[in-house]
Design a protein around this ligand. Structure first.
Ligand code: 5RP
Length: 215
């Protein structure tokens, strides 16, 4: 499986242009992309990072990490996913970095998603949907999600996001209307962000393999 992740991560380098500030996601697939980026670090101007974890890896390879506010609009964002449907809509947040990932995806012209074949699904929802919540709203949000979707929210106990918040993982969903569900769950007070990337899906999906599949 990690071989497929490596092949996807390294293929994404094709989208990096000289002088770019590159948006960088989080996770084990992205780690391969960061390592490949390190090998061409003299060609890029720096990176905007979606997590402390990716920031540490980027800096260790000598890549400058820029503040998102200072960097402005980005041409390219590369990130992994927990699930990907045929319309390039995603579930993300398995690594608890969904909010910063969503901010960078929104700020980017092209979102290249790198996955191994196991992440491809016909309908999103087999992977529990991560929702980042303000800690004091955890119970309220869980009750609302249960009532609205029928899915079972489970607190990811012990995990604190880079933003100081908590994660609910919503089990047993069949997400037939990802844009509608993303919009609806975003409205619940206390929700910081929903791990559905449907309003702003990926533009390109690279499925790791020999050779990688570019969708
Ligand atoms: C982190 C994410 C990751 O992209 C997702 O969890 C996939 O991770 P991996 O590449 O390790 O399978 O959304 O919040």
């Amino acid at each position: 499986m990690s071989e497929a992740k490596r092949l996807a991560g390294e293929k994404a380098i094709d989208y990096v242009e000289d002088g770019m500030v590159v948006g960088v996601g989080t996770g084990s697939t992205v780690a391969y992309f960061i390592d490949a980026l390190g090998r061409i670090r003299d060609r890029i101007a720096g990176a905007v990072s979606s997590s402390e974890q990716s920031t540490a890896r980027l800096r260790a390879l000598g890549i400058e990490v820029l503040d998102a506010n200072a960097a402005g609009p980005l041409k390219l964002y590369v990130d992994g996913a927990d699930e990907c449907d045929p319309h390039k809509r995603l579930i993300k947040g398995g690594g608890a970095a969904l909010t910063r990932e969503k901010i960078i995806a929104e700020a980017s012209e092209t979102f290249v998603c790198i996955v191994d074949p196991a992440k491809q699904v016909p309908v999103l929802g087999r992977f529990p949907l991560p929702v980042e919540v303000i800690p004091m709203a955890r119970s309220l949000v869980a009750r609302r999600i249960l009532a609205l979707t029928g899915g079972q929210p489970v607190w990811r106990d012990g995990v604190v996001t880079d933003n100081g918040n908590w994660i609910l993982d919503v089990h047993n969903l069949a997400i037939t209307d990802p844009v509608g569900m993303e919009t609806e769950l975003n409205q619940i007070p206390g929700v910081v962000s929903v791990g559905l990337f449907a309003r702003r899906p990926a533009d390109v999906v690279i499925v790791g393999g020999e050779p990688p599949l570019v969708l």
